[in-house]
Design a protein around this ligand. Structure first.
Ligand SMILES: [Zn+2]
Length: 181
């Protein structure tokens, strides 16, 4: 997600449903509008329905983490709420993912926007695939980066000089705080 059109707080941003095999079964009414506004012509519903959800998640760690949460909902809890961040360069977006099993025995994922704050300064990081452990790691759930032995907001790290490149390349992972489904 990358649109700066953040809308009003507590807004349902997108919904989709997956089956037992995590195949995308259907999407919410606003999905295609959302996909096109966010520059994802390849993400419109005819392209994604029938595809595996996890094929759209680049980071191995993030994929494993989400898989664990979704497996928990199927087998144990039957619903869960997970806060996460979906920042654009200019805006911190505080999101919540609500996962439940619906009447058709599909797993329903609703993504809500809870609040926004400006990123100051803007953060233009890009994720790369690498085994190089010297690269900076960024949590794909809370969007913080790992510098100076702690996890901090990217704009704070830039503002305080912990990092200097606003176009820093990062490896996406899941931090210890977020990794507790
Ligand atoms: Zn995190």
């Amino acid at each position: 997600m990358s649109s700066d059109d953040v809308g009003s707080p507590q807004q349902l941003i997108s919904s989709y449903w997956v089956d037992r095999h995590y195949t995308i079964a259907k999407v919410g009414a606003d999905w295609d509008k959302f996909a096109i506004e966010n520059g994802g012509e390849e993400l419109v519903s005819p392209q994604i329905i029938g595809q595996n959800l996890f094929s759209y998640i680049a980071s191995d760690t993030t994929r494993m983490y989400l898989r664990l949460i979704l497996d928990h909902v199927w087998h144990i809890h039957h619903q869960a709420n997970k806060p996460y961040r979906c920042d654009s360069p200019e805006i911190k977006r505080f999101m919540q993912m609500q996962i439940s099993i619906d009447d058709e025995n599909l797993l329903r994922l609703d993504h809500y926007l809870l609040a926004t704050e400006p990123n100051s300064p803007p953060v233009h990081f890009s994720g790369i695939r690498s085994q190089n452990s010297n690269l900076i790691r960024r949590c794909s759930m809370c969007n913080r980066i790992n510098v100076a032995f702690s996890w901090v907001d990217a704009d704070l790290a830039l503002k305080t000089g912990l990092i200097t490149d606003p176009k820093q390349r990062v490896i996406y992972t899941v931090c210890g705080d977020c990794n507790n489904p």
